[in-house]
Design a binder for this molecule. Structure first.
Ligand code: UDX
Length: 467
């Protein structure tokens, strides 16, 4: 069976390489010549652990091919997976141009009966519309059918998430399409959920948006914890033992980023509005996340009225560890604000620096380690919990920084460590160690006054007694 994968981004490339790893014959198509040349040599255009290994294995076994020649590829394909990007438009709706471009090419060049499988995240109803579109434009007398097969991989663990996925969702309208996809996926040995196309499309949005909601919920709990003096880490731990809640996606921080949650929450909200329904929970999650991104900088603004002339260490740039992706990374608006306010920014990220340089070419000193960034810094921000960053102890921050004032957006350190290290430490949903110090100063001043009052009272009493 000839399998073709259209698009070699996170979804397409990982799908192609994993299918080849499980002994399928796969041809990956992309229009970018440079990218294809690299991939033919087994080099991955994206940073993804384990991907180059299985790409190399696929290329050398002859099961994995890369080409720009889509005409040739589509001509005799049995199955075409579409994994091209579906970026968001300014109004939150989904831009399906890439999907339709591929659909048009398939309509022109496919010469054999073919199942087309959309893996990209697309609004509900898209599979049906693309099928009608291709059927209208088809050149040869062949049967085509569209199936939905959404992807649930996370960046940084994409290969593992694909090979050992929690489930495979297949949305089909015919038994033949179901059988073809079952044949492909049975060797993955993973639970398969079969449904119709619209439900499959909805499963993807519902899953992603539910996780985004969970994060925004714990972030709001964190914000309230700060006000009432509770600790969000303990709260999340306490909640997690309830198996109905679980321990995943309860990590408070400066908000979710990446290529999926921000886009998919806006898309579902848009889709609901377009259908005359107001999706209130998702709307709230979007608003909370927007606000959460600036949580740390607002705290820093309370302490430093201005960042002008201050040396600021920025640790972590990517939207999460394990990826070089900067899409919707909270670091970006924060660094922008720091630069606008005249701060001297020293940034460190183990993988994301080159991509960040493309966005912020001037005004930032990019350095090779957290320690270099921290030298003589007046304050530090942690935006991503890379191991290379969290392995530096807070004591070391104190030794290196001019002013050990740390704003940690990912709760990388315990409050105890911050107290012991003697740093001023602000995190998310937990007491701030800087405030504690001023509280204890206040307390000791108060005790001093009470002592004074008691002495004065003794003097007055002894005076009275003398009368
Ligand atoms: C997500 C989904 O997990 C995946 O199933 C889907 O296919 C694509 O979208 P991804 O964007 O790669 O994957 O990253 P994920 O690990 O889910 O994290 C997304 C964002 O949420 C990151 O910015 C992360 O820092 C944040 N996050 C995650 C939290 O703030 N708290 C958490 O508890 C978990």
């Amino acid at each position: 069976m000839k399998i073709v994968v259209a698009g070699t981004g996170y979804v397409g490339l990982v799908t192609g390489a994993c299918l080849a790893h499980l002994r399928h014959n796969v041809t990956c198509v992309d229009i970018d010549k440079n990218k294809v040349e690299l991939m033919m040599q087994g080099v991955s255009p994206i940073y993804e652990p384990g991907l180059e290994e299985i790409m190399g294995e696929g290329c050398s076994s002859g099961r994995l091919h890369f080409t720009t020649e889509y005409k040739e590829a589509y001509k005799d394909a049995d199955i075409i997976f579409i994994g091209v990007g579906t970026p968001e438009r300014a109004d939150g709706s989904v831009n399906l141009n890439y999907i339709y471009k591929v659909a048009e090419q398939i309509a022109h060049f496919a010469e054999k009966d073919c199942l087309i499988v959309i893996k990209s995240t697309v609004p509900i109803g898209t599979n049906e519309e693309v099928e009608l579109f291709i059927k209208k434009k088809i050149k040869h007398k062949i049967n085509i059918e569209i199936a939905s097969n959404p992807e649930f991989l996370s960046q940084g663990t994409a290969v593992k998430d694909t090979l050992y996925a929690s489930r495979i969702v297949i949305g089909v309208e015919s038994k033949q399409a179901e059988k073809k996809l079952r044949d492909i996926y049975e060797r993955f040995n993973i639970p398969i959920v079969i449904t119709n196309r619209k439900s499959a499309e909805m499963i993807k949005y519902a899953s992603n948006d539910f996780l985004a909601l969970k994060i925004s919920f714990i972030n709001e709990i964190a914000n309230l914890c700060e006000i009432v003096g509770a600790n969000v880490e303990d709260v999340a731990k306490g909640m997690s033992y309830d198996r109905r809640i679980g321990d995943k996606f309860l990590k408070a921080g400066i908000g979710y980023g990446g290529s999926c949650f921000p886009k998919d929450t806006k898309a579902l909200h848009w889709l609901a509005s377009d259908n005359g329904y107001e999706f209130k929970t998702v709307k709230a999650a979007i608003e909370i996340n927007e606000n959460q991104k600036f949580k740390l900088i607002r705290k820093a603004k309370k302490k430093f009225k201005s960042f002008e002339g201050l040396k600021v260490a920025v640790l972590g740039l990517t939207f999460k560890p394990g990826t070089d992706d900067l899409r919707e990374a909270p670091s970006k608006p924060n660094v922008k604000m720091l630069l606008e306010e005249g701060a001297s920014v020293y940034a460190y990220d183990p993988i994301g620096t080159n991509n960040f340089k493309k966005l912020f070419s001037e005004g930032i000193e990019y350095v090779e380690s957290s320690e270099i960034a921290l030298e003589n810094a007046d304050l530090a921000f942690i935006f991503t919990e890379w191991k290379e960053i969290t392995s530096v102890k807070l004591k070391r921050f104190r030794e290196l920084m001019r002013n050990p004032v740390i704003f940690d957006g990912r709760n990388c350190y315990s409050i105890e460590e911050a107290e012991e290290a003697g740093v001023e430490y602000y995190s998310i949903g937990r007491k701030s160690v800087g405030d504690l110090q001023s509280v204890s100063k206040l307390k000791s001043n108060l005790y001093y006054f009470i002592d004074l009052l008691e002495v004065a009272n003794d003097v007055v009493c002894s005076d009275n007694g003398g009368r």
